[in-house]
Ligand binder design. Structure first.
Ligand code: SAH
Ligand code: AVI
Length: 325
């Protein structure tokens, strides 16, 4: 049984390990003080941000979710056999836990561990999943997946498999993605694995459209960071003083999302001020795209190997099963 966990039902447990406010403030302030101002994309996700992301997944331009869902659906038997029936299935950045539903009946894990920074959204998603799958043990953990995963020590023993779909790995800078994979490798032990969804490098047109949707949902998602900064940093960012800008940086092979300052402004933040020149940007997210080869190189640098990979016919998205090298 998990320490400090609150029991939401017989089968659904919830544990809150959200980083404390002073730590969060220091981290955000450091990003606002660099030459290219940046904020970690985890700050998109409160209840509203998580809902906006769910809307993004259903947009006609946003191909990654429906492509990955098709890959998981078509290869469910093979993927479940790779992961191993009865494994402990851990999903960092689980969001609405939609994709795990594709695998659950076939995989029959010993337990499912959704892990997310968005506390309330995680809790409702876990309860809903629990009501749909009454046989499933769910240990929901609100935590930053870039920090320690020591809570896993309190969970049932057995093969551990990390499920990291959605190309969330693409939101980590490559050096941090390698560190993340090293943590996964350490955590999975000798016989564990990881099932990772990765968006592929492709035409700029397709990528630019996916991050500049015609309904403006991605723009709203991007601007939600300002609302989060206002709450967490006691700041006064004005939404209509910034606009959404996203583009594929072909050289770096990443989508960059920025908020562009529409004027010269001095924004009250954390008891001080943050200065923006006209046109200066706050870099809110990168979304790296990989070829199977460049992803294999990343994985190998972390002491892992691609044991099996699946792609759709148009090679828009890839899913990889990783094991220790
Ligand atoms: N796995 C789901 C959701 C992906 S969206 C899918 O494939 O559809 C990315 C998710 O990661 C969001 O739910 C967000 O809240 C969460 N997230 C982002 N950064 C995080 C961090 N540092 N720690 C924990 N969760 C994070
Ligand atoms: C969660 N993550 C993989 C999404 C992505 O595509 O990088 C977040 C997102 N940002 C804008 N649209 C979707």
């Amino acid at each position: 049984m998990m320490k400090q966990a609150s029991r939401k039902s017989d089968k659904v447990m919830f544990r809150n390990e959200h980083p404390d406010l002073s730590h969060s403030r220091e981290e955000i302030l450091a990003g606002l003080q660099t030459t290219q101002k940046t904020v970690n994309p985890k700050w998109f996700y409160d209840e509203y941000g998580s809902q906006l992301f769910d809307q993004i997944t259903r947009l006609p331009e946003y191909y990654p979710t429906r492509t990955e869902v098709a890959i998981l659906t078509e290869n469910c038997e093979q993927i479940s056999a790779r992961c191993g029936h009865g494994c402990l299935f851990i999903e960092p950045g689980s969001g609405s836990s939609e994709k795990v539903r594709i695998l659950l009946d076939t995989l029959q894990p010993s337990a499912y561990v959704p892990m997310d920074i968005s506390a309330d959204f995680l809790q409702s998603a876990a309860l809903e999943l629990g009501s749909e799958y009454p046989w499933l043990d769910i240990y929901a953990v609100c935590a930053d997946f870039n920090q320690g995963w020591s809570f896993l020590d309190d969970l049932p023993a057995g093969k551990r498999v990390v499920f990291y779909p959605g190309s969330t790995i693409g939101n980590l800078e490559p050096n941090l993605a390698a560190e993340f994979l090293i943590r996964v490798r350490d955590m999975m032990g000798e016989n564990g694995g990881a099932l990772v969804g990765v968006d592929t490098h492709k035409s700029s047109d397709r990528l630019n459209a996916a991050y500049n949707d015609s309904q403006g949902v991605t723009a709203e998602f991007n601007l939600n960071v300002l609302r989060r900064l206002n709450e967490v940093m006691d700041a006064e960012f004005e939404e209509d003083s910034f606009h959404h800008h996203a583009f594929y940086n072909t050289e770096a092979r990443r989508i960059e999302m920025h908020l562009v300052s529409e004027r010269e402004q001095s924004v009250r933040c954390n008891g001080g001020t943050v200065e923006f020149a006209l046109g200066e940007t706050l870099h809110t997210e990168s979304s790296y795209k990989y070829t199977p080869q460049s992803f294999a190189a990343l994985v190998e640098a972390a002491g892992l190997k691609l044991a099996q990979s699946w792609m759709d016919a148009d090679e828009l998205f890839s899913v990889h099963y990783l094991e220790r090298a």
